[in-house]
Write a protein that binds this ligand. Structure first.
Ligand code: ADE
Ligand code: ZN
Length: 339
């Protein structure tokens, strides 16, 4: 029954691999941090309203501009990770976008900020067992020189939980071909690689992310829908789609009422995970994304495949990934259903 699947989807152990720390800022937290930093907050009802990728990216930037001190970022991580156990989330990979701070808040010490975020992650791990890792999300709009600085920052911050780099921002105007050096350097430095692609641009953007940048995971990837060759590329290279269905509705990556193609991706044997992306802006949570998958008609098998992939395809070490997948299997065994 659908409702049983929804309950399983809500409770299954899961990892969230695509969430922007800055996009977790709740409206009250935004206002509190703004005032603390001597900034008059914008009306949250207006700030947190968006209806396409451009309006979202502008809103995101406005919210980011009030984050002025390392403690501000740590507070976001504390708040977000405190909610994780209630959603049965056991592992979180946070994107952070330091190039934005470099541009707008040049006085902020980025290494201290990353260390403060990591301290918050460690507090959560000790308190609840929820683990985290950090991914530096390079910003397409700010160009490759900034991206190269981000790669250098990421490699300098491995001791603070940084495991990889990503690429966000405007995919239509700033294609993958402009970031080859940054990704080559990231690989040479032992950093893992993910790319937002196939969100606002078409299937070629996904192919380029894989072939030109060596993406191991694709954020969004909805343009792979109806593209057997792109799906085959992702499957054959073991590249994951980190799907964010509610985000896609808010940024108009999916048309009104259009269903997310995640079942098509699973049927094509592409690893798929589910995430909230920017939960404060999209009024969602990772648990709500799993419930949405159940509402789309996913059966227990598909929900389990998503939860397993979320650990298998995380940037945790192999032994830890295996242990977490075993936790998913133990949960499913405990349900006593024959699969
Ligand atoms: N930065 C934060 N969220 C993003 C998204 N959904 N797409 C591109 N860049 C982003
Ligand atoms: Zn994103």
């Amino acid at each position: 029954m659908t409702s049983d699947v929804a309950a399983i989807a809500a409770r299954i152990p899961k990892a969230e691999l695509h969430v922007h720390l800055e996009g977790t800022i709740a409206p009250q937290t935004y206002a509190r941090i703004a005032r603390r930093n001597g900034i008059e907050p914008k009306d949250p009802d207006k700030l947190f309203a968006c209806n396409d990728l451009d309006s979202f990216l502008n809103a995101f930037l406005e919210a980011v501009k009030v984050l002025r001190r390392p403690e501000d970022f740590a507070e976001l991580a504390d708040e977000y990770l405190a909610r994780s156990p209630t959603e049965h989330v056991r592992h979180v990979e946070f994107f952070i976008s330091p190039a934005t701070q470099r541009k707008f808040i040049p006085d902020l010490n980025l290494q201290s900020t990353i260390r403060a975020i990591w301290d918050a992650c460690e507090r959560a791990r000790i308190a609840t067992g929820v683990t985290s890792r950090l991914i530096i999300d390079m910003v397409r709009n700010l160009g490759e020189e900034e991206a190269l600085r981000d790669v250098d920052l990421a490699s300098a911050c491995k001791r603070y939980g940084v495991v990889g780099v990503g690429l966000g921002g405007d995919e239509r105007r700033f294609p993958a071909s402009g970031f080859k050096r940054a990704y080559k350097r990231a690989k040479a430095r032992g950093l893992r690689r993910t790319v937002h692609a196939g969100e606002a641009a078409g299937p070629q953007s996904i192919v380029d992310a894989v072939e030109l940048l060596g993406a191991e995971r694709i954020g969004h990837g909805i343009a792979a829908s109806g593209q057997p060759q792109v799906l085959a590329l992702l499957r054959d290279r073991g590249v994951t789609i980190d799907a964010c269905p509610t985000s896609n509705r808010f940024t108009a990556a999916l048309a009104d009422g259009e269903a997310h193609p995640l079942r098509e991706f699973i049927a094509a044997r592409v690893p798929v995970t589910l995430s909230s992306d920017d939960p404060a802006f999209f009024h969602t949570s990772v648990m709500a994304e799993y419930e949405y998958a159940a509402a789309l008609g996913c059966g227990v098998e598909e929900i389990v495949s998503i939860a397993r992939a979320s650990f298998e395809r995380s940037f945790l070490p192999a032994d830890e990934r295996r242990r977490r997948v075993a936790d998913v299997d133990a949960y499913v065994d405990g349900l006593g259903i024959t699969r």
